[in-house]
Design a protein around this ligand. Sequence first.
Ligand code: PMP
Length: 393
Amino acid sequence: MRKSFSLNDLMNPEVKAIPPSGIRKFFDMASAGQDVISLGVGEPDFVTPEPIRAACIRALEQGRTTYTSNAGLLELREAISAYLQSSFQLNYSPEHEILVTVGGSEAIDLVLRALLTPGDEVLVTVPTYIAYSPIVRLNGGHAVEVETFAEDGFKLRADVLKSKITPRSKVLVVNFPNNPTGAVMTEEDWRPIAELVERHNLIVVSDEIYAEMTYNGKHKSVASLPGMIGRTVLISGFSKAFAMTGWRVGYVCAGRELIAAMLKIHQYTVLCAPTLSQFAAVQALRSCMQEKDAMVDSFAQRRRFFVQGLRELGLACHEPLGAFYAFPSVASTGLSSEAFAQRLLHEAKVAVVPGHVFGQGGEGYIRCSYAASVQQLTEALNRMERFLKTLPL
Ligand code: PMP
């Protein structure tokens, strides 16, 4: 007798077990609805600056349509190296310590593939960006959540981290400025964390894709602390700072042995990041600092306006000092974050993301992206006010 054929039975159970993105779920529901204001997806509301688009068109007209070197255009790696040096005092060799990837997303996957062996534990601060834990799992690792708390401004605390370290811990994944909380870490905040990392021989994977969006003072990379550059894998990209989400270009910086290991995986799976996007990215770093700063200023203004607005509605909201998200508490409404987000979407036509999708500690919060026009943010606040009035508080 022939066995019945089922694709489902043939699939890797780990892939079946990971949930689809909770952010996309709300995004899809928001796009399906009419007249919905979406504060759901994390991307700048700007079109990529004109000089960057023009550079891409020029490269296309010149017929630059072949692969680049696997590690990315050398001129792009040189531009990234100079930028990291001048903006964040980080020294990475363009030849050996920088790899251009398909967005920061590919970099997250590459580094975890290159580092993990079955059973390794990966400490992941939460609430945080939703990709890390599923990618850890797909690479045979075990994600261990390290909670951050509103009363600490959602900074990572050394005592909490210490309590989660075991002999199997290998990697610590951090993302500051943080998606979804907007938390940032100062040099003083990093010092005790760096000590623990050294003492327990950990590697830090630091996703700094929102580094440019730091509103009170300058971004401090954990890699810039004494002794940390060799232990840190820095991930960043062009999506947020230069409004280039659709171009799919990012980068990873690390010690040369690890870059060489990641390059092998990247060679076989991706070959190189999109060539035209790489030419565009060179232009971004060479000539678009003013455009970047203007976008950051605009986020800063909207941040003040929107956070103030949420507080006036009676929602407790810690001060988000980076990225472009507010993370207010909805606990006072008595609704779970999922119920709040569902009802806000259906009854008031405002899309936000329920906090629980970002891991432990996210329950009771919602993530609102303020990368929307002031007009949209004003209307969203008005709709939220009307919605809150319908709740029996
Ligand atoms: N890291 C974080 C923290 C993010 O928020 C995002 C996008 N939302 C990414 C990485 C991925 O960015 P990209 O692949 O577009 O560079």
